[in-house]
Structures are given as structure tokens and as C-alpha cells.
Write a protein that binds this ligand. Structure first.
Ligand SMILES: [Mg+2]
Length: 266
């Protein structure tokens, strides 16, 4: 018999499964437990590193699940073959750039754990995990806009893109969360994909999944109307973070796995 999976869930973490302010996730436990009972895949799709993701997976009992890390530039587990880490190559390309441009970019690899902790307001232990890069390099850009376009042009010759997100400029080989979701969905042999996110870097993933859930996050502008939203393929939660996550995933579970019980008459 073919080994098919009924449902694979791809979820962003910050502001989606994790509360934007407290990083708590316990309100999502009921839906997470039901996903586990039904043997569904629960794949974190995040800008975090594998070290950060693994730390969280351990707390949640999800270490057996694959993960999409560093915004899609890395896929861990699930595919049967591990992609090589591209971070050393990225650093090498960076260090071969002309010095005047290279000096305008200060990557995590150029910073101490303490500097990263100060910048990101993470604890020193969390900063160490954020610094353990496998596939991409976030950093601060201190040059002009013209210098940035020169920097981008030189990086592009090596297939490297530089994406602005919040205060950081992140260098990678350009794969997105949606690319990684497509890779895993076919490797996992799943019937349905469900994506959850709260921010612009989740849009492509939300639009490409069979179902999408935009988790309300009042700390930033709401996402624009997405493709598939008018047909109800993508919905928005009213509650934020894990509370919204739990309610919306429970709704999807009720449709995908209808409860068997006495037939209602009426
Ligand atoms: Mg988020």
C-alpha cells in the first residue's frame, strides 16, 4: 500500500505558533495533540536556525518532524537526503568582495554572541543558537543605497540574493519558505498542505498551500488580500498567536477528519 500522508502543516513560528510578545505556544497544544494523533506532519517554517528550531522541537516533543529553517534556505529531515550546508560558501563569497563594500556589511559571522544578543534582544544562549547558521547570513548594512546596489550586483554573480527584513539584510542562495514547502510536500507524499503565517515572508507559502491561515498580528500592518482568500481557501484568525492558531487548525482538522459518531437526525 502506498504510504500517503493525509495532511502536512507548515507553520511560521514568531507571531504565528509562538506569541509575538511572550513566545509562548501552550494555547496551541490541543490542536497540536490532535495533529499528532492523526499522524500529520507539523513542519516549522521559519527564519530561525536549525539550532533554534531543534531547541523548540525538544520542548514540544516534535524532534521527529522535518523543518524549514533560515527562511527556506535549509530543509532538515523529511527528504531522505540532507542538503549540504551552504553557509561556509556564502561567507567565502562575502569575503572575496572588494574591501570597501565588504566592510559595509556586518554579518552574524562577524559579530560576537554578545553583540547579537544586544541587537536581537535574545538571551546569550539564544543568541548562540541564532549564530549557528547553516544556510544564510543576516547582518547590518551601513553603506549607502548606491553601495547596496553594487553589493547586490556582485553577490548576484554568485547566485546570492540580499533580502531586507526588519533591521537585517539577509544573504542566501534565494530559496524561499514556499520552495522548501514544495520540496517537502512531495517528499512526504501528502494529500493536503496547510500553511500558517503572519507576515509578508509567509505570503508565497500561504498562497501555494491547499489551505492558508493568516494569524492575526496587531504589531504590524495586516497582510493585503491574498490570492485564494475570496474563495475561502485562505482565512484570517481573529485571535493572535497560538490562540488563533489553535482555533483555526481545529477548524481544518474537523473538516479533514470529521468526527465519527451517532448520525444526527433532525
Ligand atoms: Mg512571523
Amino acid at each position: 500500500m502506498e504510504n500517503r500522508l493525509k495532511l502536512a502543516v507548515f507553520t511560521d513560528l514568531d507571531g504565528t505558533l509562538l506569541d509575538h510578545d511572550t513566545y509562548r505556544w501552550d494555547a496551541a497544544k490541543p490542536a497540536l495533540n490532535r495533529l499528532m494523533e492523526h499522524g500529520c506532519a507539523v513542519v516549522f517554517a521559519t527564519s530561525k536556525t536549525f539550532s533554534e528550531v531543534h531547541h523548540l522541537q525538544k520542548q514540544m516533543g516534535l524532534t521527529h518532524q522535518p523543518a524549514i529553517v533560515e527562511n527556506g534556505s535549509g530543509v532538515i529531515g523529511g527528504t531522505g537526503s540532507e542538503a549540504a550546508e551552504t553557509y561556509p560558501e556564502l561567507r567565502k563569497i562575502l569575503d572575496h568582495l572588494p574591501k570597501p563594500l565588504r566592510q559595509k556589511f556586518k554579518g552574524f559571522g562577524d559579530m560576537s554572541d554578545e553583540e547579537i544578543a544586544t541587537l536581537t534582544r535574545l538571551t546569550p544562549e539564544s543568541a548562540e543558537r541564532a549564530k549557528a547558521r547553516g544556510y544564510s547570513e543576516p547582518g547590518l548594512w551601513t553603506g549607502s543605497t548606491d553601495e547596496l546596489s553594487a553589493f547586490r550586483t556582485l553577490l548576484a554573480k554568485h547566485g546570492v540574493t540580499a533580502q531586507r527584513g526588519g533591521r537585517f539584510l539577509t544573504l542566501s542562495f534565494g530559496r524561499t519558505k514556499a520552495d522548501a514547502m514544495a520540496t517537502l510536500a512531495s517528499a512526504l507524499n501528502t494529500d493536503l498542505t496547510l500553511a500558517l503565517g503572519d507576515a509578508p515572508n509567509d505570503i508565497e507559502m500561504l498562497e501555494k498551500a491547499d489551505f492558508g491561515i493568516i494569524v492575526h498580528n496587531p504589531s504590524h500592518e495586516p497582510l493585503p488580500p491574498l490570492r485564494g482568500e475570496s474563495e475561502g481557501r485562505i482565512i484570517r484568525t481573529t485571535e493572535t498567536g497560538p490562540v488563533g492558531w489553535n482555533a483555526a487548525v481545529t477548524g481544518v482538522l474537523n473538516r479533514v477528519f470529521p468526527k465519527k459518531g451517532p448520525i444526527a437526525h433532525g
